[in-house]
Design a protein around this ligand. Structure first.
Ligand code: ADP
Length: 708
């Protein structure tokens, strides 16, 4: 029984234990599950923390990197709020203002600016400013950039970042200093040269003028020879002075170019005419050809272009002993090209490279028989380059020389389409025979005729010409015209003219230099019905060819500056203001010789009182006043201004002609003289011819002769 009880009790216990155990296991399982859940969450959190830490680390690393980059690139950075309080400053800024970095936040500290340089606003709104800052140890320059940025909480702030530029500024300033010192030295040099050249010109004026006067007195042949040599040497010295002055101006960067429309053809033909007496005098021809497709007017500096061409063609004439000099001009793609070719001795290859350098000359140096200082080509090159063009030379010993320039000069389009220089009439269907042996004029005439549509046969030999004339006559197709260069000889010209007349050639023209004209005598007696003076102008050639009836006296207004009429019976009264006694004596003698009555004033004051006296009727009136510009006391410009003011006050209807006399023949001087009220300009040393022209020109404002 007991066993039963035990058994049943034990059974119960087991059951209870079992039950309890079951409960325990169950709750343990729950706990276990919870434990694992918590553990999983913790791991996740840890992972997250790690990721976050990673991110933080990356972030801080990138910020550090960023900051180090910023610090490396920019020396100083500061950020301020709208009230100017610092919200951020880097160590560079702290060092600049001399305060610890953390003390700066919230402060309004600014660096000590001692100078502000350039300031400008960039398109994106950023302001750029250069400042010199004294940081206590010295002055340093900073280039700042200021930009508006968004601060914390969106408030607007200004970010200012600067980089030190002390080294650059110091170098720049040293350079500018150096430059202005060099410029000042250059200016002093050209002022010195201008003064010196003036001082040279004044006595030279005396020498040349007195020589002129002396040459007009009875002299034997030997004396005349010596005096001419004095005059030639004086002239050479004068052009040398001009060259040196010109060169120094170019060196000092003072070559100002004008920008005017000009007729290139007229300019080139003018240069050829200017040099023709010199060339023809030594039996050398000079001619030009300007392509008719060139615009009538181009824009540039005609005076400087003329100077270059006179130099190139002048050299060509100077060095050429047989043959000739030809100038050819063409215009293409907005550029004028001019070639000056000669049949002279040419230039050795080893000299070609340096020929445009200053003081470069052929053998013989300054005393060589050709004369010159070796400055002409150097000046020409500088002028051409200043005009944006190029100059070149091509030559071989014994084969002549060819200088070419190319200048980008626009056509004048002021009146719409640029007009071309075409002046050739329509000569289509006509045939001309040209007989010329010259290296340039013959081919140029042929080209001019071809431009007009005519057919031109060029022959260099008389027998050839005669054969051509008779063949044409036999074929009943006589030439419309014959053009003969008289350089082939008078007899040849006469024979050909006779044959041509016989063969029914309507127009027979002879080309003559003034020397040949003298030898040939009357062109009509020689069998020609017209003549043309060499060098030929294209227009004259075409006019001669298209004239209906042969003119009674053919062509060529002599291009001489001979007096148009004798000085009138009534003597001209001249007031001469000149401080230099020799120059005054010279001018007085020359004027008196022309029949003028001269009053001499030694300075501007005297000149003004004489003018005043003449206005008030105390002295006879003056027809003309010659006013030296540089005089002690009252100079010529001021004296003129006073005379003009007096005239205005008195309301004189006919103001005096006042002509400046000056040795400073520069453009600026001319301008100053004109604006002071002077009517014209006479550069010293002047020629008696210039004075003659002056006394003849009745009307005020007429162009005044210029000595050169
Ligand atoms: P210069 O005033 O001496 O003529 P340039 O500078 O004009 O000075 O010329 C320099 C030198 O170049 C001359 O001395 C001469 O030897 C040479 N030269 C210039 N043009 C010619 C030419 N057309 N033919 C031969 N030689 C020339």
């Amino acid at each position: 029984m007991l066993l039963d009880v035990w058994n049943s009790a034990a059974g119960g216990l087991v059951a209870i234990i079992a039950a309890l155990a079951l409960v325990g296991v169950g709750s343990s399982l729950l706990l276990l599950r919870e434990h694992f859940r918590i553990e999983r969450r913790a791991t996740r959190l840890e992972d997250e923390i790690e990721t976050l830490q990673d991110r933080l680390w990356t972030l801080s690393e990138s910020e550090a990197l960023h900051r180090s980059l910023v610090e490396a690139q920019l020396d100083v950075i500061v950020r301020r709020d709208g009230e100017g309080r610092i919200t951020f400053a880097n160590s560079g800024y702290a060092a600049l203002v001399g305060r610890p970095r953390n003390a700066l936040i919230g402060a309004r500290t600014t660096p000590h600016v001692v100078e502000t340089g350039q300031t400008r606003l960039r398109e994106d709104g950023a302001r750029l400013v250069d400042e010199a800052i004294d940081d206590g140890e010295g002055v340093r320059w900073f280039a700042w950039i200021e930009t508006p940025v968004q601060g914390r909480a969106g408030a607007p702030e200004i970010l200012r970042a600067g980089r030190e530029i002390t080294e650059r500024v110091v170098t720049e300033r040293a350079l500018a200093n150096e430059r202005s010192r060099a410029q000042a030295a250059n200016e002093a040099k050209s002022r010195f040269l201008a003064t010196v050249s003036h001082e040279f010109r004044t006595p030279l004026n005396g020498i040349l003028g007195m020589t002129d006067l002396l040459l007009d007195t009875p002299l034997d042949l030997e004396q005349q020879t010596y005096l001419r040599a004095v005059k030639t040497s004086g002239g050479a010295l004068l052009s040398l002075i001009d060259e040196i002055l010109d060169f120094s101006k170019i060196e000092a960067g003072k070559l100002d170019l004008s920008c005017d429309p000009f007729d290139a053809r007229a300019l080139i033909e003018g240069v050829v005419e200017l040099l023709a007496p010199r060339a023809q005098g030594k039996g050398v021809e000079i001619a030009c050809f300007v392509d008719s497709r060139a615009p009538r007017l181009i824009v540039g500096d005609p005076d400087r272009l003329r100077q270059v061409l006179v130099n190139l063609a002048g050299n060509a004439v100077k060095f050429t002993e047989t043959g000739g000099v030809g100038i050819e001009a063409d215009y293409e793609e907005g550029a004028l090209t001019v070639q000056v070719t000669d049949t002279g001795p040419g230039i050795p290859p080893d000299r070609l490279a340096s020929i445009f350098e200053e003081f470069e000359q052929g053998d013989g140096g300054p005393a060589s028989k050709a004369g010159g200082a070796g400055l002409g080509l150097a000046i020409s090159r500088r002028i051409v380059e200043r005009m944006g063009g190029t100059i070149a030379v091509d030559s071989a010993p014994g084969a002549g020389a060819r200088f070419s320039i190319r200048l980008p000069l626009p056509a004048d389009e002021a009146e719409g389409r640029p007009e071309t220089a075409a002046l050739a009439p329509d000569l289509a269907g006509r045939r001309y025979l040209v007989l010329a042996r010259s290296p340039f004029e013959g081919p140029y005439v042929q080209r001019k005729l071809a431009e007009a549509g005519a057919q031109a046969v060029l022959v260099a030999d008389a027998a050839d010409a005669l054969a051509k004339i008779s063949t044409a006559a036999d074929a009943e197709r006589p030439f419309s015209g014959l053009i003969v260069d008289c350089a082939l000889g008078d007899d040849v010209a006469r024979d050909i003219a006779a044959a041509a007349r016989e063969a029914g050639v309507e127009r027979r023209i002879v080309l003559l230099s003034p020397f040949e004209r003298r030898d040939l005598g009357s062109p009509s007696a020689a069998g020609f019905d017209a003549y043309l003076v060499k060098p030929l102008r294209a227009r004259s050639l075409f006019e001669r060819l298209t004239e209906i009836a042969p003119p009674p006296r053919a062509e060529a207004t002599p291009r001489m500056t001979a007096p148009r009429r004798k000085v009138g019976a009534k003597a001209k009264r001249v007031l001469l203001a000149e401080d230099n006694e020799i120059n005054a004596l010279l001018a007085i003698k020359a004027l008196e010789r022309l029949g003028a009555v001269v009053d001499w004033a030694k300075d501007g004051h005297e000149a003004f009182s004489l003018a005043e006296a003449s206005f008030s009727g105390l002295r006879p009136d003056y027809d003309i006043v010659l006013m030296d510009i540089r005089m002690p006391g009252l100079d010529g410009l001021e004296a003129t201004r006073r005379v003009r003011r007096l005239e205005a006050t008195l309301g004189r209807p006919q103001p005096r002609r006042i002509i400046a006399l000056t040795a400073n023949a520069q453009k600026e001087d001319e301008q100053a003289a004109l604006s002071a009220g002077l009517d014209g300009f006479l550069a010293k040393p002047f020629d008696i011819k210039d004075l003659t022209g002056l006394l003849m020109d009745g009307e005020r404002g007429e162009a005044v002769a210029r000595a050169s």
